[in-house]
Design a protein around this ligand. Structure first.
Ligand code: GUN
Length: 291
């Protein structure tokens, strides 16, 4: 029976620490969110980020642009935020209307204000194992959850299921680093991989980030493995008032009987992402203050 990695509680401890650091800042750190259109998930995410920031003393504002905004107008908005010395962090909420627009917008953000860690410059620094950049928030949160197990993973096998730029690729690179929490051998699997079970069964650390509800079953797990579930999937549930419930990519109830450690959904990786965004905002403020 696995130990449950309590992401919610771990995130609250991190947020409390950030709150006390923020309280001793000369001025409140400031993050600006840019949201384009009314994508319902984006509305919820940005509101959550604002609420938590406010609770810990970080100043925020949100710039809303219409779904049919011209790319140039969006880029101009970002340019102004880059130049505004009262703004420490900038977050462009994805998805944007087109992938081209998203790429152009992420590239426009001043890398020293890139609290999401999505700019190529920061992803490059991560590849170089430099501490000068920003780590993307979900991978950074996953690292904290792994550290909370106090397991020595040196030489062990990490299997990442998923190859997105936001989660899969960076978390694999983090677990490859020459750092005490990492030093693992990393395998990436994805939608075109053959025989995913074969790799999953050998994983000492399994990170599921494919976006397929409850696809990872108990027979795919090495006994005692650390299982990190990044999935957030809605499945229909007639017993629920809303008619649906949220599940991860892992079949939690059965996998927890085999794994050594497991993150729940909700309450695992999700709360850590926002905590790491707040940490990056404080870091951006501190770096700007010391320039
Ligand atoms: N959309 C979904 N997840 C994220 C995230 O972590 N950051 C941003 N900016 N957009 C997202």
């Amino acid at each position: 029976m696995a130990s449950i990695i309590e992401g919610k509680a771990i995130s609250q401890k991190i947020l409390a620490d950030i709150k006390s650091s923020v309280a001793s800042c000369a001025r409140p750190p400031c993050a600006v969110f840019v949201r384009v259109g009314e994508d319902p998930a984006s509305v919820i995410y940005v509101n959550q980020k604002q609420k938590i920031a406010t609770e810990i003393g970080i100043k925020t504002s949100t710039i809303l642009l219409p779904q049919n905004v011209e790319c140039e107008m969006l880029l101009d908005t970002i340019r102004q935020l880059n130049e505004d010395t009262t703004v420490d962090g900038i977050l462009i909420q994805a998805p944007l209307p087109t992938l081209e627009m998203q790429e152009a917008a992420f590239a426009m953000v001043d890398p020293t204000k890139d609290i999401d860690g999505f700019h190529s410059y920061n992803l490059g620094l991560l590849c170089q194992e430099s501490d000068r950049g920003f780590w993307p928030c979900t991978p950074a949160g996953i690292v904290e959850l792994i550290r909370s197990t106090n397991m020595d993973l040196t030489g062990k096998h990490t299997v990442v299921l998923g190859r997105s730029l936001i989660v899969g690729k960076p978390v694999g690179l983090l677990m490859l680093q020459k750092k005490e929490f990492a030093n693992t051998t990393v395998t990436f699997c994805h939608s075109r991989s053959k025989n995913i079970s074969h790799y999953a069964q050998d994983a000492d650390l399994l990170i599921a980030a494919m976006g397929q509800p409850q696809a990872i079953t108990a027979d795919m797990i090495k006994p005692g493995a650390i299982v990190i579930d990044v999935g957030i999937n809605r499945i229909s549930d007639n017993n629920s008032e809303k008619g649906y419930r949220v599940v991860g990519d892992v079949d939690f109830e059965n996998v927890k009987e085999v794994a050594g450690f497991i993150t729940p959904v909700p309450g695992g990786v999700g709360p850590m992402t926002i905590a790491m965004l707040m940490k990056n905002t404080l870091l951006a403020y501190q770096r700007h203050a010391h320039r």
